[in-house]
Design a protein around this ligand. Structure first.
Ligand code: PLP
Length: 401
């Protein structure tokens, strides 16, 4: 059997919607993007959502929106994909990495230790679709209010550290019975090819700013900023007589094209009505199978406050070394099952090592990494394939104990 790790879910509705975009005479940002933004708002419950060309761009845009740059610090977990840190570096600020809890997510206690008078934002990551400890993180922000000083108008209005969720994995996850998107000031979801909902490449930035901000005004500003700071998008300019525009900000060029948004337009309603549930069923199947294995550490799925979006199934094996984990993965791969590791903690990667970050400062990140194997999870998997996956994992692990 050959089981890929994460193929995209492309059904006939996706083909129809993309074909419609291609036949419409308009392929870049226009009506399909607008439709996808409306769908995100109505399903997630946020008032405003801006589609961009990646979650990485969305994180950069959020940081730029708050005027974050040189001399500022942004707190992030050491256990994430590089994009979280790179977004901070791209705006000229310094990522301050902190360690994680046993559930893979950033530790509120470690955030508390890392906050300084330079901290302008915190970017928690909802790893695998499991929401962070938002209440505890907000308490830490409020507790350290006295350290915050504002450098511009937006910072004066919010008058505290900005909370940006890197929810690349977490569309459809819930925190306190609300969808993730309503836990932070700004939430960024990814629509990358391997994500629960995709546009091939893309992302969406959701606004949930408190008063006195007007989220519609901030959306208008961000939309313009994401299109070179240009007052009119190409769609509006293309109408007869609509040619004149102005450039009013040093903007980025990070808009999403309609031909890609069309994939998301077709996927998003089906995701919320059935595919999310199918992912949950697979997650629960894995939980049931591994719960009696003395060597398995199950990932979090559901608690009183939280429900995972089941983006990844990050199984951990007790008391193994990194080398044994790698050998187990080789064994599973020989059976034709593609598995993965999420993530290599950032301090293990050359760029960050070279910047002076050291894995010895992040013992929980290393412990989780060295024992983690992500299993395939997507709706196309048949029961026969799922049985084959768990048996392959069981055999591989037990031959190493
Ligand atoms: C935690 C996390 N943040 C950010 C990103 C970046 O998403 P994108 O590829 O849409 O820029 C990813 C992508 O895998 C991710 O896993």
């Amino acid at each position: 059997m050959k089981i890929p790790f994460s193929p995209p879910y492309i059904d006939s509705s996706v083909i129809e919607e993309v074909t419609d975009a291609l036949n419409s005479g308009w392929i870049t940002t226009g009506p399909k993007v607008k439709k996808l933004e409306e769908l995100v708002c109505s399903h997630v419950g946020v008032s405003n959502a801006l589609c961009i060309n990646s979650a990485t761009s969305g994180l950069m845009l959020a940081l730029k929106w708050y005027g974050i740059g040189e001399g500022d610090e942004v707190i992030i977990p050491a256990y994430t994909y590089a994009a979280t840190a790179l977004a901070v570096i791209h705006v000229g600020a310094t990522p301050i990495m902190v360690d994680i809890n046993d559930d893979f997510n950033i530790s509120a206690e470690k955030i508390n230790e890392a906050i300084s008078s330079k901290t302008k934002a915190i970017i928690p990551v909802d790893f695998a679709g499991w929401p962070c400890d938002y209440k505890e993180i907000k308490d830490v922000i409020n507790k350290n209010q006295h350290l915050f000083s504002s450098n511009n108008n937006k910072q004066e209005q919010l008058n505290r550290i900005l909370l940006i969720s890197d929810s690349a994995h977490a569309i459809g996850a819930k925190y306190n019975n609300e969808y993730v998107g309503l836990c932070s000031d700004i939430t960024v979801f990814s629509f990358h090819a391997v994500k629960n909902v995709t546009t091939a490449e893309g992302g969406v930035l959701c606004l949930n700013l408190p008063k006195p901000f007007d989220n519609q005004d901030e959306y208008n500003y961000l939309r313009c900023y994401a299109l070179n700071g240009q007052t009119k998008d190409a769609f509006t300019k293309s109408k007869a007589g609509g040619w004149r525009y102005d450039i009013i900000y040093p903007g980025l060029k990070i808009n999403m094209p309609d031909v890609l948004a069309a994939i998301g337009v077709a996927q998003l309603p089906t995701y919320f009505s059935s595919i999310l549930k199918e992912r949950e069923n697979i997650y629960q199947f894995y939980q049931e199978f591994f719960k009696d294995k003395s060597w398995a550490i199950l990932p979090p799925f559901k608690s009183e406050e939280k429900l995972s979006s089941c983006h990844l199934y990050p199984l951990r094996i007790k008391n193994i070394t990194e080398e044994t984990r790698d050998s187990i993965i080789n064994h599973i791969s020989e059976k034709g099952v593609a598995v993965n590791v999420h993530f290599q903690p950032l301090p293990l990667l050359s760029l960050f090592k070279g910047m002076g970050y050291s894995i010895s400062d992040y013992p929980n990140a290393y412990d989780n990494y060295k024992s983690e194997i992500s299993l395939p999870i997507y709706p196309q998997l048949t029961q026969g394939e799922l049985n084959y996956i768990v048996k392959s994992v069981e055999q591989a692990v037990e031959s190493h104990l």
